[in-house]
Design a protein around this ligand. Structure first.
Ligand code: PEP
Length: 248
């Protein structure tokens, strides 16, 4: 395990199965002539996972789910757990996205249980942490991020592979991006919270309105190991420049 450069496309609630499949085929074709060390990950809607999985057919792009159940199986209507994601070749799962926290009431305990369920189930959780604008203005950004992260670290055994994504809530889907300096400062802080061993082995991604214009400066920073991309990931044409910017 070591720090990898990781670029994640989070489709959120967009792209039907056929659209996600065509996107995947287009991305595979585009990347064919540009081999790189970057781990590219696609997180489609659950129902598009089988179609994307089929399209990937051994390509060097990893598949992720956007969420996971804290449970494994049983009477949990509407949930999807690790074995069901593994069945279709998922390798990663996003947990604790601010939209899940804010719109679906997921607190630190639920996020931590989901991260643990991912680890136990053989998936790599992409753990999202980040402060709201009010919290930043009150000077609480670091303490909020630390609390969110510690909840997950306390639940996941030392040595389990996780990816962290710093996603300031005020930058997600708003067109506002954290400055490179602010992002770097938080990434360095996150690395100290992770501790020396975990810090050396955990990729810390930045997320929040990353696009072709903002990616080069963010991704050229030694403290920023990649990006979690929402809006700009929905078209291959706008996602590709971000992947290229990561090839540092
Ligand atoms: C996200 O989905 O995590 C995200 C950062 O979205 P956007 O890039 O649209 O801000």
């Amino acid at each position: 395990m070591s720090r990898k450069t990781v670029i994640v496309a989070n489709f959120k609630l967009n792209l039907l199965a056929e659209e996600a499949k065509n996107y995947t085929l287009e991305l595979i074709e585009a990347l064919r002539s540009e081999p790189s060390e970057t781990t590219v990950v696609i997180a489609p809607v659950y129902t598009a996972i089988p179609a994307v999985s089929g399209a990937l057919d051994g390509a060097h792009i990893a598949l992720a789910a956007q969420d996971i159940a804290a449970q494994v199986s049983g009477a949990f209507t509407g949930e999807v757990s690790a074995p069901f994601l593994l069945e279709f070749g998922c390798r990663y799962v996003i947990v604790g996205h601010s939209e899940r926290r804010r719109l679906f009431g997921e607190n630190d305990e639920i996020v931590a249980k989901k991260a643990r369920a991912a680890v136990d189930g053989g998936l790599i959780p992409i753990v999202c942490v980040g402060e709201t604008l009010e919290e930043r203005e009150r000077g609480e950004a670091e303490s909020v991020v630390e609390t969110q992260l510690r909840a997950v670290l306390d639940h996941c055994p030392e040595g389990s592979e996780i990816v962290t994504a710093y996603e300031p809530v005020w930058a997600i889907g708003t067109g506002k991006t954290a400055s490179v300096e602010d992002a770097e400062k938080m990434h360095r802080f996150i690395r100290t919270v992770l501790g020396s061993e975990r810090g050396d082995n955990t990729s810390i991604l930045y997320g929040g309105s990353v696009n072709a214009d903002t990616a080069p400066a963010l991704l050229s920073s030694a403290d920023i190991d990649g990006a979690l991309v929402g809006g700009a990931s929905l078209k291959v044409a706008s996602f590709l420049p971000i992947i290229r910017a990561a090839a540092k």
